[in-house]
Write a protein that binds this ligand. Structure first.
Ligand code: BG6
Length: 481
């Protein structure tokens, strides 16, 4: 299949940090369709060779396992091209159209790896220039808006040039292998589905923890905060994958319809429930991995009086027959004890324990990071005798080890899907808008709240109020159990 992939923002961070390494991995794995062209577009003047040299040098900064040898890079670089464009100039889009038309590739993918304020003008210009035929798809990276109204405005402008099925919204968490495995676990195996409901499940916990601080992104982060950066998108997308009903097929819209239903079933927040069920925090100085680190307010480009949250923990419910009354706890934060992303499904304990130690419950842990795997925690009898004590044991499936040679990174997967036109892992505009609708009361209450976020020491699991919120239900976060 012939394709042209155009990377707007071709010299930017996202391109060289994530997209080029992912494209190179796809090439190395033999998955990038042969004969495709990758056109980087940016403002300054460069030749194709100068651009190739720029990308080659940037590879030194990426994960060593993703660095090409000189021969590999030379082969990969044949597909790389560069074009100078001033994105405000209609004639530059006309030139791009001509470049694309001369080849007439079967598929054209336009990846907007630019600053988000350019999404609307670029889409409008692409439409005017006629770069929006049925073989064209446009890929948009988060952040897509900062609230419901701004997200709707972006969607309105994108829809003026592209149909819904041509507009691919990336949530890179959906590209993570563990998320594919979550679908496989639920809909490819008969074992868990009968248990996947309120009668058997006590609570579900989604944790997206990072040890890093905001680094050099203080400026962006301070305008964004953890709720917009991680909850509105990544955490809610994981929640939909856990809570959705089995779709009628693997068709993208069959899946996305079910995910949307979950988002619509989330218990809406009120002023009272925001105060009770949402905890926001901001890190102060502390210790991570044995090294002292500074507090958020001391970070570069963060105002000394910032009220931006770097931690959120919340409790919600999915209001339908399957999940009524089951708490879903979500938490995410920077400067937590480690890079640890996981979903824990806590099952109910046995109704009538007859063995000592049998009041502990089973749990299923879906690990996204640092390793990707599944753990099923059971109870087993240790030793012999009449007064047998049950002890926790786990069945541990390490996907990284099991499928080591075939692991595909999130961006690699999503770029290949965008080229192939597989839409399952992209977020539809109604899902994205519904997620904004749900978080808006929290944003509103926080803006009106004279108290800022609670502080927590870097390297801890957030403010103690997070544990207290869960403890109110008689539950505990996974690491406290
Ligand atoms: C991004 C956020 O979407 O996800 C970052 O903007 C965050 O703040 C990142 O660090 C986490 O992604 P991952 O894949 O490293 O867990």
């Amino acid at each position: 299949m012939s394709f042209d992939l155009v990377l707007f923002g071709g010299t930017g961070d996202l391109t060289w940090r994530k997209l080029m390494p992912a494209l190179f991995q796809a090439f190395r794995h033999g998955k990038l369709p042969a004969g495709g062209r990758i056109l980087a577009v940016a403002r300054d003047e460069r030749s194709d060779d100068e651009y190739r040299a720029f990308i080659r040098a940037k590879f030194a900064d990426v994960d060593p396992s993703k660095q090409p040898s000189d021969e590999e890079f030379a082969a990969f670089a044949q597909a790389l091209h560069y074009r100078r464009m001033d994105l405000s100039q209609p004639e530059h889009y006309a030139g791009l159209k001509q470049w694309l038309d001369e080849r007439g590739a079967e598929t054209v993918v336009l990846f907007l790896a630019t600053s988000p304020h350019l999404f609307m003008p670029i889409c409008a210009q692409l439409g005017t220039a006629g770069i929006n035929g049925p073989n064209v798809r446009v890929v948009l990276e988060k952040p897509l808006g900062h609230d419901l109204a701004s997200a709707q405005e972006i969607n309105r402008v994108v829809r003026a040039s592209f149909t819904e099925r041509q507009a691919l919204r990336i949530d890179h968490y959906l590209g993570k292998p563990a998320v594919q495995n979550l679908s496989a676990l639920r809909f490819g195996n008969a074992l868990f589905e009968p248990l996947w409901k309120r009668e058997s499940i006590a609570n579900i916990q989604i944790t997206l923890a990072e040890a890093i601080g905001v680094g050099t992104r203080g400026d962006f982060y301070d305008r964004t905060g953890a709720l917009r950066d991680m909850v509105q998108n990544h955490a809610l997308q994981l929640l939909t994958m856990i809570a959705m009903e089995p779709p009628s097929s693997s068709d993208a819209d069959a899946i996305r319809d079910e995910k949307l239903k979950v988002l619509k079933s989330l218990k809406p927040f009120t002023a009272e429930t925001v105060a009770r069920d949402v905890v926001r925090g901001q890190y102060k100085a502390g210790t991570v991995d044995g090294a002292p680190v500074k507090g958020y307010l001391e970070e570069v480009k963060v105002p000394g009086d910032s009220r931006t949250e770097t931690f959120v923990a919340l409790r919600t419910e999915v209001q339908n027959w399957r999940w009524a009354g089951v708490p879903f706890y979500l938490r995410t934060g920077k400067r937590l004890p480690g890079r640890d992303a996981q979903i824990v499904v806590n099952f109910r304990p046995v109704p009538h324990p007859i063995f000592p130690g049998a009041n502990r419950a089973n749990k299923l842990v879906i690990k996204l990071q640092p390793e990707d795997g599944l753990e099923l925690h059971l109870l087993a009898a240790k030793g012999s005798g009449t007064n047998e004590m049950l002890v926790p044991v786990k069945l541990d499936l390490d996907f990284d080890r099991a499928f080591s040679s075939e692991r595909v990174g999130a961006y690699e997967r999503l770029l290949l899907d965008a080229i192939a036109g597989r839409l399952n892992l992209f977020v539809r505009s109604d899902e994205q808008e519904q997620a904004w609708r749900w978080v808006e009361p929290i944003l509103k209450m926080w803006a009106e709240d004279p108290n800022g976020p609670r502080t927590y020491a870097a390297g801890s699991w957030g403010p103690p109020a997070s544990s207290a919120m869960v403890a109110r239900d008689g539950c505990a976060w996974d690491e406290e159990q």
